[in-house]
Design a protein around this ligand. Sequence first.
Ligand code: NDP
Length: 293
Amino acid sequence: MTASIIDGKAFAANLKEQIARKVSILKENHNLTPGLAVVLVGEDPASQVYVRNKNKSTKAAGMNSYEYLMDDDVSESELIAKVTELNGDPSVHGILVQLPLPKHINEAAVIETISPEKDVDGFHVINSGLLATGGKGMVPCTPLGCIMMLKDKLGSLSGLDAVVVGRSNIVGKPMAQLLLNESCTVTIAHSRTKNLGEVVGRSDIVVAAVGVPELVKGSWIKPGATVIDVGINRIEKDDGKTKLVGDVEFIPASERAGAITPVPGGVGPMTIAVLLQNTVTAACRQLAIDEPE
Ligand code: NDP
C-alpha cells in the first residue's frame, strides 16, 4: 500500500481563506476586527521566527496583530502585569505568550494569568478542564489542527483504535482528549510504555508527538492506518547539512499506512491557521456574536 499524503499546507491555506472571509464579515456586519497579541520574552531564534510568522499570518487574514517584545531578564511580575493589561484591553481578543519562557519565570503562573476567554493557545487549566468535561473552551491549536485533518480524511472517527505517543500538556493530553470526544478508543503511550510497537501496531490512528526523530518505525504501522506526525526534529545529514524529520519513519510508514502527514508540510502549517481560527472564535464569544459559517 502507498499512503495518500495529508497535505497540511493546502489544508491550512484553505482554512486561512475561510478565516479571512469570516473576518471581513465581522468587520462589515459588526464593526469587529479580531485582535491577537503575542508576547515574546528574550531572543530565542526559533521563537522569533514563530512570532514573525504569526504576525504575518494574522495581518494577512485581516486581523489586528500586536507584538510585545520583552527582554530576557524581565521579571515574572512585569510579564504578569503585561498580560493583565492585555486581559483588560478590548481590542485584544486573543493572547499568546510564546513558550518556552526563561527559567526564572514560572510558566504556569503566567498562563494562569491569561483570561481563559482570551487564551487562544488553550493552555489555561480552565480550558483543559472544559475540554476534559465536554465544555466550550479554547482548544490547543496543534491537536485541534490534527483532529480537523483526521476528520477531513476519515469522516467519523467513532469506534476507531487510536494511539497518541506523547503525553505533554500542550499536545499529547489534549490530543487524546479530542480523540476520546470523537468516540475513539484511546491509548496514551509515553517513555515508560512497554512494547510501543505492539501498541502502535493495533491502532487505526497513530498520532506521534514525542520529539525523537523517527521513533515510530514504519514496520509497526497497521496496514491502512492514518498517521499524524506532530514531531519536528532537525537532524544532521551525511553531507553535514541539516534537515527536518518527524517522529515517524516516513518512507517505510507510508508504504503501510492509508494516509500520512509529511514533515515538513503536515501538522506544522495547521498550527498557525488554527491559532487564527481560535482568535476569531474568541472574539465572537467575547462579544456574544454568532461566528460566521
Ligand atoms: P514534550 O517533550 O513536552 O513531550 C514529549 C513526550 O514524548 C513525553 O510525554 C514523553 O514521555 C514522550 N516520549 C519521549 N521519549 C519517548 C519514547 N522513547 N517513547 C515513547 N514516548 C516518549 O514534547 P511536546 O509534546 O511539546 O512536542 C512533541 C513534538 O512535537 C516535538 O518534536 C515538538 O517539536 C513537536 N511540536 C510540533 C508542533 C507543530 O506545530 N507541528 C507544535 C508543538 C510541538 P514522558 O512523559 O514519559 O517523558
